[in-house]
Design a protein around this ligand. Structure first.
Ligand SMILES: [Zn+2]
Length: 82
């Protein structure tokens, strides 16, 4: 009997500082050619990462971050200033 499947669902979410458009960086075609590992952050590759807003073409840089589940429960994630 086959086990039930468990599916990874990875998103890397940010928003454009100019138009506030929500962006999932993993949906940008070039992202998967970067060799960046899932949940990698605090490295050269994940600092000053250049993003072009698909809505308004504004270019900006992001630093990746990752929260453990316990941090979500402590609401650190939701306390982030917009
Ligand atoms: Zn934008």
């Amino acid at each position: 009997m086959n086990n039930i499947k468990a599916t990874w669902n990875i998103e890397l979410l940010t928003s454009c500082p100019k138009c506030d458009y929500g962006i999932d960086i993993t949906q940008i075609e070039d992202f998967w050619h970067t060799q960046i590992e899932p949940i990698e952050y605090g490295t050269v590759a994940t600092t000053d990462f250049e993003v072009t807003c698909p809505e308004c073409t504004h270019e900006f840089k992001v630093d990746f971050e990752y929260y453990e589940w316990s941090d979500y429960q402590n609401k650190k994630f939701y306390a982030q200033p917009k």
